[in-house]
Design a protein around this ligand. Structure first.
Ligand code: GLY
Length: 382
């Protein structure tokens, strides 16, 4: 009760000075132009609603599953893991789990993490091959071991010991796109000069399916870092989160992004809230984004303002150079203990002019909500 009122006091009384202080500290100059958005002009934190579950946009169809668990009084970690498992199982989602886009050798490598607010526990796995449900594996590491993080073949062998099924994670869809990437980037993985040209090669690879060819060309030009972070707060105010991903497509084997890094791609403090991220994980790791957002919310920022603050630190790392920032895209998502939520994207629109949105279920239905852009224009790869 004590902490609760203290937090409310911070939110209502100190938010402005916290924002100003943070801006000064990290060299960000808020403007009202079409450049960086003004933190000072943001609306006060939105009224929260509990229970609540949110995720990146690719989790829209899966949030019902998590909300059902929350409404029945189930655990918040069970809720978020159940939701992302739907996406991990989906062969048509090539950003996560089964059918994820592979590394440069054609092997799918998955990363995931979980945090359970009420018990202050965490688990994570990275560079896991041949195991589909890595969010559940991260939860198993948290529950059944004395460790927080397992990686590579050790994580796979641990999964097998715990009864997880081993399988080939490459679908025909992801295998063919990988083959097309090989053909585009290697002199040897494509027909010789005495053979048909690139267009004919692609048509043969994808049986003339124009939509598949266009999609493959896009993923080759803009390697994906698709991911699904999911976080929930229940009616009592307990909080958990998970983040799961197949990471950067065509990565060097063993590359690990932010998703399995506790404090970067996933962070929960049961007194404050939860945060997660999608996009170029390397940028998030360097600013410990998840932890930064939690600490900003602890000081009174709304989830949206805290996400913008994390993006501000990334922009600051590049002296706000839009040319450099334009080589990547990154999003942050957060909820607080009251059930307020927010998300921010480095760019308003991605390279395909796609609007930045995220998925929210507050008990009525799952819907897409706009992210607040840090830079109010189109830009950003991946
Ligand atoms: N954000 C996911 C990754 O970089 O792997």
């Amino acid at each position: 009760m004590e902490l609760w009122s203290r937090r409310k006091f911070f939110r209502t009384s100190l938010a402005g000075s916290a924002l100003a202080g943070a801006n000064k500290l990290f060299g960000r100059t808020p403007t009202n132009g079409d450049d960086a958005l003004s933190l000072a002009n943001l609306a006060p934190p939105a009224q929260g609603k509990r229970p609540l579950i949110i995720s990146s946009a690719n989790g829209l169809h899966a949030l019902d599953k998590g909300m059902d668990i929350l409404k029945k009084g189930g655990d918040t970690l069970d809720a978020v893991v159940a939701a992302v498992t739907v996406v991990e199982d989906d062969p048509n989602d090539d950003s996560v789990g089964y059918g994820g886009l592979p590394n440069e050798e054609g092997e799918v490598e998955l990363d995931a993490s979980v945090m359970h607010g009420p018990t202050h526990r965490a688990g994570s796995v990275a560079s896991v091959r041949r195991i589909k449900n890595v969010s559940r594996l991260a939860k198993t590491v948290m529950e059944n071991t004395n460790h927080v993080m397992l990686v590579g073949d050790g994580a796979r062998r641990y999964a097998v010991a715990e009864g997880f099924e081993e399988m080939n994670l490459l679908t025909e869809h992801s295998r063919k796109i990988w083959l097309a990437w090989k053909a585009k980037t290697s002199f040897n993985w494509r027909p010789g000069i005495d053979s048909p040209e690139w267009k004919e090669h692609m048509a043969a690879l994808f049986d003339g399916n124009e939509a598949e060819i266009a999609y493959a060309e896009s993923v080759i030009a803009h390697p994906r870092t698709g991911t699904i972070p999911c976080m929930a707060v229940d009616a009592k105010g307990d909080i958990s989160a998970t983040t799961t991903t197949s990471g950067l497509s065509w990565k060097i084997p063993g590359r690990v992004g932010d998703s399995p890094i506790i404090g970067a791609g996933c962070c929960v403090d049961n007194e404050v809230g939860a945060a997660g991220s999608t996009g170029k994980g390397e940028e998030n790791i360097k600013i410990c984004g998840g932890h930064t957002i939690i600490e900003m919310m602890r000081k009174g920022m709304s989830p949206e303002a805290a996400c913008l603050e994390a993006l501000g630190r990334i922009a600051h790392n590049y002296k706000n150079d839009k040319k450099k920032l334009g080589t990547f895209h990154i999003y942050f998502y957060a909820i607080n203990k009251d059930g307020a939520h927010g998300a921010a994207s480095l760019w308003r629109n991605g390279y395909e002019k796609k609007h930045a949105v995220y998925a929210v279920h507050d008990g009525t239905e799952a819907k897409l909500v706009e992210c607040t852009p840090y830079l109010d224009e189109t830009g950003g790869d991946s």
